[in-house]
Ligand binder design. Structure first.
Ligand code: TUI
Length: 310
């Protein structure tokens, strides 16, 4: 299965870089693909024309396969679904919903389709719809989260489907890879550790916040709005949680969250910005090149594998 996913996509290492809103752009995606993983551009809420440009830039920066992540809650999802086909994107991942209505046209265009699932039920439905693999993402991950942890979700999804499963959420070193493979994954997806990479274009203050974060420094905001999001705890997150506890209406909460990710990523405002990051931030303690990160993770994994066998 592990060989399958690498052969299917044409990558050296079974590692995807998560499609992180405002973060996963051409430079980061190309660096991951050039290092032998699967780089992924995030469509998020950006204008579709901007994403088309990002796809074209990535093609100039790498001759290796890369993917596009489409966030299904976003207004531009329909447009991006077509742009991916027009631009010849090789892999599409989706997040935050059910991509069922697009699958037929993506498969007809020869695209490898890999939705993120947060439940066994959706994983099974996706397999029946003809997707190539699924990403089982536990709620340790940064950004929009489901309910189950990786430890609980991943083995159940692996048992439920016959297609390859990519494990995600809380994976940032070789032990995480070994754990995910032990639970049945064929590959891993990593987001948070790539936030602390040289090639990641986010503001230095955001990177420093990830590097500085300790084990219990992330919180989930937005549970009451139906859009739970894991972030590093800061002034904004504390204000948000306080309002949620006081049952403030959804409109007021959404107003507080508006533009907050951009404030963190572009302006480096670590007090009023949304510092989306996973629980594993506590273990991400230095900034390295993407190549160093990937090679270090797989060399750690190889050592663990040797110990398993001895
Ligand atoms: O999508 C993500 N992570 C994200 S999206 C995002 S942008 C955003 N901003 C504000 C509010 C909401 C989103 C930031 N981070 N990860 C993939 C993911 N997908 N995690 C969980 C899910 C998921 C959840 C429920 C996928 C499918 C699903 O079920 C839908 C169904 O119909 O069963």
């Amino acid at each position: 299965m592990k060989k399958d996913i690498c052969n299917l996509i044409g990558i050296k290492y079974p590692i995807f870089q998560g499609g992180m809103a405002w973060v996963s752009e051409s430079n980061l995606a190309a660096a991951v693909s050039n290092a032998g993983g699967l780089g992924i551009i995030a469509g998020a809420n950006a204008p579709a024309s901007h994403i088309r440009e990002e796809i074209r830039k990535t093609k100039k920066l790498t001759d290796k396969p890369f993917g596009l992540n489409i966030m299904l809650l976003s207004d531009n999802a329909d447009e991006l679904a077509d742009i991916a086909i027009e631009e010849g994107v090789k892999v599409i991942t989706t997040g935050a919903g059910n991509p069922g209505k697009y699958i037929e046209k993506w498969k007809n265009a020869g695209i490898i389709v890999i939705p993120v699932v947060a439940s066994v039920a959706l994983a099974k439905r996706m397999e029946r719809s003809g997707v190539d693999a699924v990403i089982a993402e536990g709620c340790e991950s940064g950004g929009h989260v489901g309910k189950l942890t990786t430890m609980v979700l991943l083995p159940q999804v692996c048992d439920a489907v016959n297609i390859p499963v990519i494990g995600a959420g809380g994976i940032a070193d070789g032990r995480g890879i070994a754990a995910a493979f032990t639970l049945g994954a064929s590959a891993v997806q990593v987001g948070t550790r790539f936030l602390a990479s040289e090639e990641c274009q986010i503001h230095q203050n955001y990177k420093n916040a990830v590097v500085k974060a300790k084990d219990i420094d992330t919180v989930v905001t937005g549970r009451s709005t139906g859009h739970p999001v894991q972030v590093i705890k800061n002034k904004l997150a504390k204000e948000y949680l306080k309002l949620e506890n006081n049952n403030v209406n959804i409109e007021e909460l959404e107003e507080l969250g508006k533009g907050a990710l951009k404030k963190a990523v572009i302006d480096g405002d670590i007090d009023n910005g949304s510092l989306m990051a996973g629980q594993i931030s506590g273990m991400v303690n230095k900034i390295q090149s993407v190549k160093e990160i990937i090679e270090e993770m797989f060399s750690e994994y190889d050592n663990i594998k040797c110990n398993f066998n001895s």
